[in-house]
Design a protein around this ligand. Sequence first.
Ligand code: GDP
Ligand code: MG
Length: 699
Amino acid sequence: MSSSGNHDTATVSVHLVDEEKRFAKGLDKYVEKCYVGDDHGEDDGLNYHIVSVFGSQSTGKSTLLNRLFGTQFDVMDEEKRQQTTKGIWFSHANYVASAAEEQEAGRRRNSNNIYVLDVEGVDGRERADDKDFERKSALFALATSEVLIVNIFEHQVGLYQGANMELLKTVMEVNLSLFHEQSEKCLLLFVIRDFTGLTPISNLGESLEADMKRIWVDLNKPDQCADSQLSDFFDLKFFAISHKHYQPDKFEYNIRQLGDDFTNDRLFSHNAYHKRIPIDAWALYSEKVWDQIENNKDLDLPTQQILVSKFKCNEILNSVYDDLFLQEYSAVQEPELDPAASCAQFKELRHKCLSRYDSQASRYKGAVYSDVRRDLKAKIDLKLKGFQSTILSNLSKSLISKLDTGFASLKKTNSKKSFNYSLAGEEEKGAEYGADTSVFVENYAVELEKLEKALQELSHTLRTKESHILIGKITKKFQTKFKDCIIEELSEPTPESWDHIFSKFNELMEKIFKPYRSGDSFDFKIGLSQDENSTVHMKVLRNIWNKFDSIVHDYINDDSASRILRNLFEDSFKFDSNGLPLIWKTFSQLDSQFNKSRDHALSLFPVLCTIKGPEGSTIQKPKFDIENEPNEGIDSDDAGGENSSDEDDSENFEKSDRNSRFLTLLTPKQQAKVKARFKKETDAIYLDAKRSMVANKTS
Ligand code: GDP
Ligand code: MG
């Protein structure tokens, strides 16, 4: 930035693009410093105008701007006629000239923030480098300004030749490279200098307009705009200023009149030409535009406008997030201590941040503004979600441990309140709390789902554990009672033994399931579903039948069968029906008693060989779908060595084979062995008895 004058009161101008075509640094600060906010209500940063000037060198452009806007652009020295500094100059208007009577000083306050661009060193007839600069500066002026002043001497109007022609052609050509991207029209304000008054201004205007249209028709146009008109891109206006030296008073007065046109909205026409870039982004925008022009890239203005909006909105996002959100977020001490209060605080903070963003960013392109707003919201929510997760996970942990201890004490106090009920209560509490913490994070559902899942898993684990224990308990109860029954019945078998055993078995089953019967189905009162209850029932049945199997087969084997038979024999052979020892008087008496006793014992042997249903019906050991699962609730020792391996084998047999294995207590081979042993033992007893009779008789 450099000053163009030595005046100390007025705003200096900025060398926006220098001789080396470099863009000025620090333009944003200059723009910001000069900007005067709207007097009425809130300022949206759009209360400004950009005016630029274009024309041949030394046609009094800078002189005009300085008088019109109180700027201090370099003016060629009248006497020395030295060249002014080349480039594009930029200045905030210090005032706007006025011819209004009440404006005694001939000027008004620049309350609309007119910024002025002065293009220096343009001379269409000079070197290639100058031509390049002429094009670029025209492009820049058109892309950034609302009003482009085309400065022209009256005597050049209508000549349709020379420098004047070159100037207008440049504006047209440059316009063509912009037209399909430019959404707002630009006002071309022809300021006719050294106006004599001989030709009325309206005629001069018509002449200029005709020239413009002629050039427009002659220009090679891209296909897209073959049918488009000059008026699709430009509005034209004309203004005449008298000769500076020959009619100085009129000259001054004309400029003041022109100044009034800038303040009475005749020229800006209700912002019809405004580029809608908030002033705080204008420096960035103009720099990007220049960068594209300087590097000969296609100048795509809408894209540039969006890029600038994005940049600015993100800048606002970052400042809101860093300077407001993070500051106040970290000021909340130990939010976990009082989650509810912190929730409210964070909710408030979130609202405050979004409001601040809205107030600063809503002036930018709608889509960009709302996209970035969404980003800000997501960024804030991500941080808040961390807090929410902590709260939810603490809550989750405390609920689960409460549930665990609650369940333990429920069992201890043997409360009537069902386990199912207590679980449902805790699950509900979890859901409620989840909803409470949702005040600032919309998608808390995921967290809540996690909590619910954890509760369900715990609940499932507890139920599984509980049903496992219950199955074991019931099985054990059956096992003890049924073992007693088997020993009682089979140690002294009778023809009715199996009838007794089965009626005892049924009685036991009835007794065991009675507390859990609920209509046609079962309820084991540990909060299981109907399906789970029937699975438990099935498992208990499976265990009971397996116990039946193992108890009977464990009890009956070669040795026990032989012992039982011998006891049966001896009871009958040695004692009478009153239990008194028998004394045999004769050998025939002995023989008859012996035969009777042996037949009696042997007649009961089938009871020990096969399981018989009540009244001789065939018993089926049920096959359960869950057969392959390990017996539940029973130690593997209990389930029993030999038999469990029989179980495994039985899977390979047909159902009838499997069942006959269950029914067969002694195989034919074992039976023969037991019988042979029985014969041997009873023969020995018989011989003993006979020997003692002989001894008694001889003594
Ligand atoms: P610029 O190069 O277009 O910016 O022109 P300047 O403002 O530097 O002025 C160039 C010369 O023209 C100076 O000597 C001025 O005094 C003179 N000049 C300024 N305004 C007018 C005018 O309205 N008519 C004439 N004939 N000369 C002017
Ligand atoms: Mg100048």
